[in-house]
Design a protein around this ligand. Structure first.
Ligand code: ATP
Length: 543
């Protein structure tokens, strides 16, 4: 059942606070007051991020024969962005509040209903000066007109009037308008398009000829290197090129913590396929979609629709494999009228964040649009000669495009849990625990000597640390009561804790010598295991 909005806001506040307190995420340049839309990952966050990227890379490239990697530069030839359409169309509609100057994305304003108060202008009662600029304010139904007048008076005062007398007030009921600021109620400007690409100059001269852009997506580098990769990797269509890297968008309204940032990372795959006509000619007929809609293993007679569904399913399974169960995700199949002009189908995979169900990844069937555009603008052929099909064509593409930072936020929100636990003395306390899947957990195991002032315990604990360290991220902690040390690891989501105690060093008899307690984060259950067995127990769970 979904929780009420207040509870969700409170939950989000607790998550943000934990992220700062435990070193997951910091505001960029915090000591200077921060910078809107930019974030840094602290020691724990950096590990989490690295794990997520490595898992994606491994599942995409190392575990498959048909995908290879790329690591391209962030700044590319500016014509790339002309060809891709970003220079002309990568823009959002922007509106400003006429009173507060606050900027909004026009397409993100929720429709509002109420009573709009219109003014034809205002007059300064003392000087007689008159302003003829019209203005209006939207009030929720039932609010007194005085509230609208107050806003209007401020508006005209900003334009130089002192004793403001409002002119020509008229009230009208309005439904579902997006013309007013959701915060002040004041009228917004008309929408203007704002290009989201960050612009800079390559070289010492700040001229238009030297203008360059920070890439707003990693995908275009894959398209422009398509031929080089094809020729050097011995791949044949169908095959894919995967890339992880930074992208930059000068978002009008960065918000929801790291969800919409101005600098972020993407994990993108371009999977090149044969045009349907070629498949049909080569294999006789295109495979029909299975009844469940979930294709199995790739087949030579797959058309784009099958490949598209296949990738949606692959991506859903991958999210599941890192701890986002299917009931926390949703698929949104874009409607025909919502699709970009070149897209045949787009599915967004959404996660149920505390602030709403929002996009993690988009999986688009883009036809041959991108390679054809680059062929046109560069004058270099992007065709593939397919010997098996005896055909030459510009490949089509399926693009699963995911955001690293959004995924991290989803994993953090998903992991956050609070539970009341009672200790042996009967005292209850709230335990905050990050229930990360062991695969993504920033630290895999905490190693603790029961007491820090007993050299034999410390020596053994350090040996356990050194045994595990080559295989996983280990945190050694000898400070404070053991319960407190467990709690600290619970808060960063460490799935396992190993404690070296007097049994380990044989003080309670030879039968327990060389054993440790292995504590499980989620159940808090403890078991006695041999030190030598630890790698064999832990490794399968974290890989
Ligand atoms: P949105 O509609 O939320 O702006 P988009 O549809 O423009 O996103 P794409 O261009 O499809 O996003 O980018 C692919 C992925 O990159 C998104 O699914 C998201 O995970 C990530 N992404 C895009 N913009 C941002 C951003 N400003 N901050 C963080 N991640 C982003």
């Amino acid at each position: 059942m979904s929780q009420p909005a207040v509870k969700q806001t409170e939950r989000m506040e607790k998550i943000v606070s934990l992220c700062k307190r435990r070193g997951f995420i910091f505001q960029s340049s915090e000591i200077y007051g921060g910078i809107n839309g930019f974030w840094d990952y602290g020691p724990i966050g950096a590990e989490l991020k690295r794990n997520v990227k490595e898992l994606w890379w491994k599942s995409m490239t190392r575990l498959r024969d048909d995908i290879v990697g790329l690591d391209a530069s962030i700044i590319m030839h500016p014509t790339v962005w002309r060809a891709s359409g970003h220079l002309d169309t990568f823009a959002d509609p922007m509106v400003d509040c006429l009173l507060t100057k606050k900027r909004f994305r026009a397409d993100q304003i929720e429709p509002q209903s109420g009573v709009a108060y219109f003014y034809t202008g205002a007059k300064d009662e003392a000087s007689g000066k008159e302003i003829k600029e019209t203005f209006s304010v939207l009030l929720a139904a039932g609010k007194p007109p005085e509230s609208a007048r107050k806003v209007a008076v401020q508006f005209y005062a900003q334009r130089g009037l002192q004793n403001v007398a409002l002119l020509g007030e008229q009230a009208e009921k309005i439904e579902n308008t997006i013309r007013y600021s959701p915060e002040s109620g004041a009228l917004l400007t008309e929408p203007r398009m704002f290009n989201l690409m960050f612009k800079s100059h390559a070289g010492p001269v700040e001229s238009e000829e030297n203008a360059v852009f920070l890439r707003p997506e990693t995908a275009q580098a894959i398209f422009v290197q398509f031929k080089n990769v094809l020729e050097t990797s011995r791949q044949k269509v169908p095959f894919g090129i995967a890339q992880i890297g930074k992208a930059f968008r000068n978002e009008i309204n960065p918000r929801n913590y790291t969800f919409r940032s101005r600098e972020f990372e993407q994990m993108e795959l371009e999977f090149f396929i044969k045009p349907d006509e070629v498949v049909q000619k080569q294999t006789g007929s295109l495979a029909a979609l299975p009844e469940s809609g979930i294709p199995g293993e790739p087949q030579p007679n797959w058309g784009w629709e099958m490949w598209h569904k296949y990738w949606v399913e692959q991506r859903m399974s991958w999210y599941e494999s890192i701890g986002l169960s299917r009931d926390t995700l949703e698929q949104y199949w874009q409607k025909k009228e919502e699709l970009a002009h070149y897209a045949r189908a787009t599915v967004d995979i959404l996660y149920k964040f505390p602030f709403g169900t929002q996009e993690l990844e988009g999986i688009a069937a883009r036809g041959d649009y991108d390679l054809s555009q680059h062929q046109k603008f560069s004058g270099k052929t992007q065709e593939f000669f397919d010997q098996d099909a005896s055909a030459k064509y510009v490949p089509h593409v399926i693009e699963p495009s995911a955001g690293v930072d959004r995924l991290l936020l989803a994993l953090i929100c998903n992991a956050y849990d609070e539970e009341t636990v009672t200790d042996e003395k009967g005292n209850s306390e709230v335990r905050t625990v990050m229930r990360f899947h062991p695969r993504v957990a920033p630290i895999k195991v905490g190693v603790f000597p029961l007491l820090r002032n007993k050299p034999a315990l410390v020596e053994k604990a350090l040996a356990v640390r050194d045994l595990l360290r080559p295989h996983m991220n280990v945190f050694y902690d000898d400070g404070g009561a053991i319960g407190r040390r467990y709690r600290r690891q619970d808060e960063v989501g460490t799935p396992f804790g190993v404690t070296v105690d007097f049994d380990t060093i044989g003080e309670n008899g030879p039968e327990l010598e060389g054993t440790v307690t292995l504590r499980h984060r989620d159940s808090m259950k403890q078991e006695r295991v041999k030190i030598a067995d630890l790698p064999g127990i832990l490794l399968p769970q974290i890989q």
